[in-house]
Design a protein around this ligand. Structure first.
Ligand code: CUA
Length: 157
């Protein structure tokens, strides 16, 4: 009888651990995804970008003395605007969304890199220094011409 009740305790403990594990896995899978959309990433209707104030006319806008916002649309197979022209020695926040499928937005040779998901706005802020030119590439497979999907970032004086 004694042994039997110990077994029950271990069984209950084991079951508890399994439930905990399932709980943490579920939380891990759902938690960050929800947080990204709700907290930092404003959403957007990918089928109505023409009606969106930010993305109807993809552009770079000055928002402060040395601060700019770049509204960028990724599509099969390019980026708009192209080139993206920003001033040297400034802070630029990119807001990137997709018109169709999931793309990537990577400024080659820098750590500026994000995934671009339809319906979400990916934001990333960079500091520019010297005038120069960067390539922009897509690093999420997005279709037949994925490897040719390129843009340009020009940092001008
Ligand atoms: Cu867009 Cu790969």
């Amino acid at each position: 009888m004694h042994v039997h009740s110990y077994e029950k305790i271990w069984l209950a403990l084991g079951l508890g651990l399994i439930l905990l594990l399932i709980g943490s896995v579920t939380y891990g899978a759902v938690g960050p995804g929800v947080a990204m959309v709700a907290a930092d990433e404003p959403t957007v209707d990918p089928t109505a970008l023409d009606e969106d104030e930010r993305f109807a006319d993809p552009r770079v806008e000055q928002v402060g003395e040395n601060e700019y916002e770049a509204y960028v649309v990724a599509y099969q197979f390019g980026f708009e605007p192209d080139p993206i022209v920003v001033p040297a020695n400034s802070t630029v926040t990119f807001m990137v969304t997709s018109r169709d499928v999931t793309h990537g937005f990577e400024v080659v040779g820098t750590n500026a890199n994000t995934m671009v998901i339809p319906g979400e706005v990916s934001t990333l802020t960079v500091e520019t220094s010297e005038p120069t030119e960067y390539g922009i590439i897509c690093n999420e497979y997005c279709g037949a011409a994925h490897h040719g999907m390129e843009g340009k970032l020009e940092v001008v004086p």
